[in-house]
Unconditional design. Structure first.
Length: 176
């Protein structure tokens, strides 16, 4: 694929497209360091493990699929590339209002398990998620809300914070 990612709607151009091929080369060149040992690496996301110290981290299937195409990048760069790849918004700050009508139709257990929260982006209700291609997520939400969900990409910690704001913070387990 020559280090290029095909985008949804291949062969079509968006209104903001300035011509050229319908595939977008991903050339995000930012430094990426292991948070455990500080080593700079280029193969952590494809494997989920730092080759220097063995530190493991959370990577979704979409992150892993895109990582080989992106080259070294930080989390913001990776999430922005995922959003661009799926042609959906990347919510860097996640300060949009929560869509209460959708939140009331999605059980708290599903929101917490799949780390999602419905927010209003522009005039569209979208589920903020880390990976819109999480297995069975669209089908699960279709069952819950009765329509195909719209997605936006956001950082996991920001989503978790908004889930806690809406549903409340879970009490910590008591230590024996």
């Amino acid at each position: 694929m020559d280090n290029q990612l095909s985008r949804p709607g291949d062969g079509q151009r968006s209104p903001t497209d300035k011509g050229g091929p319908t595939t977008t080369p991903m050339r995000i060149k930012l430094q990426r360091d292991c948070i455990a040992c500080g080593a700079t690496y280029g193969s952590v996301i494809p494997t989920g493990v730092c080759p220097t110290c063995g530190h493991k981290f959370d990577a979704t299937p979409t992150h892993i699929a895109l990582a080989g195409q992106l080259g070294p990048c930080n989390l913001d760069g990776l999430l922005a590339a995922i959003a661009d790849y799926h042609d959906i918004p990347y919510l860097k700050s996640l300060d949009q209002p929560i869509c209460k009508s959708l939140a009331n139709r999605v059980p708290e257990s599903i929101a917490r398990e799949h780390r999602l929260i419905p927010v209003i982006v522009g005039d569209v209700a979208r589920f903020a998620v880390r990976d819109p291609m999480e297995e069975n997520l669209s089908e699960l939400l279709l069952e819950q809300i009765g329509e195909l969900p719209e997605f936006a990409v956001a950082q996991r910690d920001a989503i978790w914070q908004r889930i806690n704001e809406h549903y409340g913070v879970l009490p910590s387990r008591m230590l024996d």
